[in-house]
Design a binder for this molecule. Sequence first.
Ligand SMILES: [Zn+2]
Length: 315
Amino acid sequence: MNGYRTADFHCDVLWKLLDNPELSFADDETNKLDVTLPRLRHARALLQTFAIYIPERMEKTVVPILHSIDLFHRKIVAAPGMRFVRGPEDMRIARENGEIGALLSLEGADGLQGDLALLRVLFELGLRAVGLTWNNANWGADGAMEPRGGGLTGKGRSFVEECNKLGILLDVSHLSQQSFWDMADVTKRPLIASHSNTQTICSHPRNLCDDQVRAIIAMDGLIGLTYVPQFVRADGKAGVDDVLRHVEHICGLGGANHLMLGSDFDGIDNHVVGLSHPGEVYNLYDSLVKRYSDEQVKAIFAENTYRFLTTYLPN
Ligand SMILES: [Zn+2]
């Protein structure tokens, strides 16, 4: 992997830290974390997005979100060689200095309760990407696993417009089909699916159908390949070559320049064989270089994400 960097647009380390503040991202001796500083270094990471995720059983207010942001600053950004990414310049500096960019995202905006002032405050604290829902419905939209399959509410639409205005990236990975199309209709900026594969290869509501893949490509968005075994292969017995089938399918739809990595490390109990933490990205590399050019693999590993973030993050 000479000359390679890697970029991963989704992990749930912050949730594990919120659940157990004893854990250490910088120096994990418990082996309870997938994503750690030594492993990111080993993977030559240029970017890791850290998602704030508040489980259903916790209060739906901004309080646990703020606690997660506190952990992000104290445990992630403060670790040596990390760079807090808020704009294009931070990405360029991280690249030049060989640092690891840390981007803050929110997975499920339930705790904001539609209050756009809270969204603006989170932007000031460095939030740069948001998924409106997790799997269930909330004040703004229905999620991918909500049986009624509704779309965006009025408040959800206002939320999308405010994200566009601020420059917060919109993540569709957990949205219902209808919410996706409503959001695609409202947004004036490209959408990303930070951690979703394709339904054609593995039928699951959390994966994208071909029309969604085409729509994301058409708006210059990004799709993050995810290593959730059940989203890679229907029986969940997934290996690295099964991930490759999703790459092939998305490339077949014209998405070679719109693919990125979206592992979902620390958000999963089971792993794809050969992809159990960032340090194993070399297995994916070995599999990809057999079929794709160096330039194409570099694009998937980091360059598409780098181009996107230096283009679409707010200055
Ligand atoms: Zn998720």
